[in-house]
Each structure stands twice: as C-alpha cells, then as structure tokens.
Design a protein around this ligand. Structure first.
Ligand SMILES: [Fe+2]
Length: 209
C-alpha cells in the first residue's frame, strides 16, 4: 500500500491518496480545498480512483468531494451520524459502520467508528496505517466543543486507538505539531492517548475540557 499526503487549503488540512502499488487501485480520503492538486496527483501516479472516504462531515474535510466524485460517479463514504452537518448530500453518498471493510478495487480499508470530535467520526485502517481525521492529531486530540462533540465518547475512541499496533503509522486530518507519527510513539508522547492507554478517564476528561 502506498500513501500520498497532500497539505491543502488555509487550515493545513490533509487529503490523502491511498493505493495498491500492484494494481494502482486507489481511494481518496477527505478531498478538500484544491481538487486540482488531488486530480493532478491521481494522474501523475496513474491511479484508478474507486471511492471517496470521509473521516467526518466538517466542511474543511469535504469541500472538494463533488469535484472528484461526480464525473467518475464514485461512491462517497461517510458515517451517517454526521449526515446532519451536510449542506446537501452528494451523489453516491453511502454510510460506513464500525468494523466494516471498504473495498476500493484490490485495496481494502477497515472502519473504526471513533466518535467524540463529531458523532460520525471514523478512522480508516489499513495494514500498518491508520487515518485519524480530526480524532487524533500528532501530540493532540480533536476539539470536543463543537455541535455533536462528546468528550466522553472521545475517551472511549482513544481507548480503541491505543489498542492499535504500535507500528501503525498515524496519518492525521491536519498538520498540527507534525505530519505523521506512529501509534507507539503517540502512546508515549500524546497526553490524551497516554491517559486512555492507562485507563485514566477522569484525567482525560479534565485535560480535554
Ligand atoms: Fe473537524
């Protein structure tokens, strides 16, 4: 599997292209801000895009969905608990649920429902990687003071993330404090993941608020 991280737009958002190196079957995660840059990368790498995967429904992660999905008629995956924040539903919208595998041609990504930042936040997993959206940043966690946010749910989600393999690369939804890390390193140096790993719920809730 190969990953291309693209930092786009005024809020240091990351969009990702993920693909199977043998077949070039690919998915695009959180297409936003500068679809021309994403599409140029698809072309230069010779990728076959199969679907759009959304980590959550905030506009800064989805505002280029239709620019990449409509013409080729791609399915657009978003957990339905975030549908309420869509101004309108893009064509091809499909829900994802915890534990599902999303197929992008020969590429398969797992779905981990990780509510907290938003009720429908998900992380996508692949061998050796996890795409964490606005749930887990390098050294930080996502905001929980927004409509639909829940600090308690974020704690449970962090407990789940702390159980992922230490060598899994972390690919966050924004370039805050860094661009990538591993679950093992974040378990040591990310206060929130450390508290979740240690089962310190009360301290976690105090720290996020
Ligand atoms: Fe967000």
């Amino acid at each position: 599997m190969k990953v291309k991280q693209l930092k786009l737009g005024p809020m240091d958002n990351f969009s990702y292209l993920v693909w199977d190196e043998d077949t070039k079957d690919a998915a695009v995660l959180d297409p936003a801000w500068q679809p021309e840059k994403l599409l140029a990368a698809v072309k230069s790498e010779g990728l076959k895009l199969h679907c759009v995967l959304l980590t959550h429904g905030h506009p800064d992660h989805i505002n280029a969905v239709e620019a990449v999905s409509v013409a080729p008629g791609l399915p657009v995956y978003l957990h339905e608990a975030d549908y309420f924040m869509l101004e309108h539903r893009p064509a091809g919208l499909k829900t994802v649920a915890d534990g599902e595998q999303v197929q992008a041609g020969s590429l398969k990504l797992g779905v981990l429902h990780t509510p907290g930042h938003t009720p429908g936040s998900v992380c996508y997993t692949a061998p050796g990687a996890v795409f964490t959206g606005d749930t887990l940043f390098i050294g930080e966690c996502g905001r929980v003071d927004l409509p639909g946010s829940s600090p308690e749910a974020l704690y449970d989600s962090f407990v789940r993330l702390a159980a992922l393999p230490d060598d899994a690369a972390v690919y966050p939804g924004h370039s805050y404090n860094g661009d990538t890390s591993t679950i093992g390193v974040q378990k040591e140096y990310n206060l929130y993941l450390k508290l979740a790993r240690q089962g310190r719920r009360a301290d976690f809730l105090k720290a996020v608020l």
